[in-house]
Write a protein that binds this ligand. Structure first.
Ligand code: AMP
Length: 348
């Protein structure tokens, strides 16, 4: 039986699912989150709340754990680096620092000869004037954006005047890709050239928020193989330990692009809980805790639907689900529009 206590920074649905997976492996969990109502406190052994720069609370947290991981990437690098002096942080803080920054992330991917969307750094409004080539495009903050937050579609330089953009933050302008599809690869790296990799997952977004995921993805064999190869190359180059997600675009000419890397378990991988012998969450816990690597086996095709805002109410009121349906309620206290409240996976 494992005697490990795993610290998890972040207490949202991903933290909850990590804690559930850890319990199955007899790994105890302590969750540290700045939200006193964090849903993951329902699933962990201990819960510590405090802001991510509160040294006293961080100390209280790390004193209870053997190692630390995280469920979201936007934790200050300084915090992760400080913690790493006392207890190992996996994935490494340097990985997090790289991926937190869209420009550094894209430069890193391009150095590996992996295609990304075309992009350029924007520091002031007038930088866009000479960049017709990148329009139509999307202006994105270099840090802290997710689910379309901090993103502005730009058709022409004039669009900037109608938007009230705060240029004290850094941005990148990305050329708009005419999307045919979006896919993601979830990969867990255990150590040098030791991986478990899931097949490509096809994702559908609505208002830039993930709505549906499914396997198998309807893609050709070249994209199937290339997306897996690129994800492996990225994970190896980062010397990554744990579960990582690479999100891809496929354009109308079947070109593959890396959109972004998430150095963590990912929403598109929720279906791995029911469709595989080992989920992305369990694999993450196994990898960071140095537990046994188990060969991945697919059990079923599957589709997953995110339940946003008050869509959850209908499912909460359902008395019974079919045997192939798995409903997850994240137990978030308040229902908010477009907030991820739960999901339902159907094995097909
Ligand atoms: P992101 O937060 O960068 O992953 O963007 C969220 C979603 O916005 C993506 O999953 C796409 O659906 C869309 N999107 C972002 N960037 C682009 C782009 N350069 N071209 C086309 N669609 C994009």
């Amino acid at each position: 039986m494992s005697e490990i206590t795993l610290g998890i920074i972040g207490g949202g649905q991903l933290g909850s699912m990590l804690a559930i997976a850890a319990k199955k492996l007899n790994v105890k969990t302590v969750i540290f989150c700045d939200d006193i109502d964090a849903p993951a406190q329902n699933f962990c052994n201990q819960f510590v709340t405090g802001s991510y720069d509160n040294n006293e609370k961080i100390l209280e947290f790390i004193n209870q754990v053997d190692l630390v991981t995280y469920e979201f990437e936007n934790i200050p690098y300084e915090t992760l680096n400080e913690i790493n002096k006392f207890k190992p942080v996996l994935p490494k803080p340097s990985v997090n620092r790289l991926i937190q920054h869209r420009l550094a992330e894209k430069d890193f991917v391009n150095k590996l000869n992996i295609r990304t969307t075309r992009y350029v750094s924007i520091e002031k409004k007038s930088d866009i004037d000479a960049l017709e080539d990148f329009l139509p495009g999307i202006l994105k903050t270099t840090t802290l954006g997710y689910d379309g937050k901090g993103q502005y579609p730009i058709k022409s330089g004039n669009d900037l005047n109608s938007l009230n953009i705060d240029f004290s933050k850094g941005y990148i302008l990305e050329k708009f890709v005419k999307l045919k599809k979006e896919i993601s690869i979830i990969i867990t790296r255990f150590s040098n050239n030791k991986y478990e990799i899931y097949e490509p997952i096809e994702n559908t977004h609505e208002d830039q928020i993930l709505k549906y995921s499914k396997i198998p993805a309807e893609i050709n064999e070249k994209i199937f193989n290339q997306s897996k190869d690129w994800a492996m190359l990225i994970a190896e180059e980062l010397k990554y330990v744990g579960t990582l997600c690479v999100e891809f675009f496929i354009d109308r000419n079947d070109n593959l692009y890396v959109n972004e890397i998430a150095p963590r378990v990912h929403n598109s991988g929720h279906l791995t809980i029911n469709a595989f012998n080992v989920s992305q969450f369990e694999n993450h816990v196994r990898a960071v805790c140095g537990l046994e690597q188990i060969p991945l086996k697919k059990l079923s095709n599957a589709k997953m639907m995110n339940l946003l805002g008050d869509q959850i109410t209908h499912y909460r009121n359902m008395q019974k689900f079919n045997d192939n349906e798995f409903f997850f309620d994240y137990l978030k206290k308040d229902i908010k529009e477009k907030r991820k409240m739960g999901h339902i996976t159907t094995l097909v």
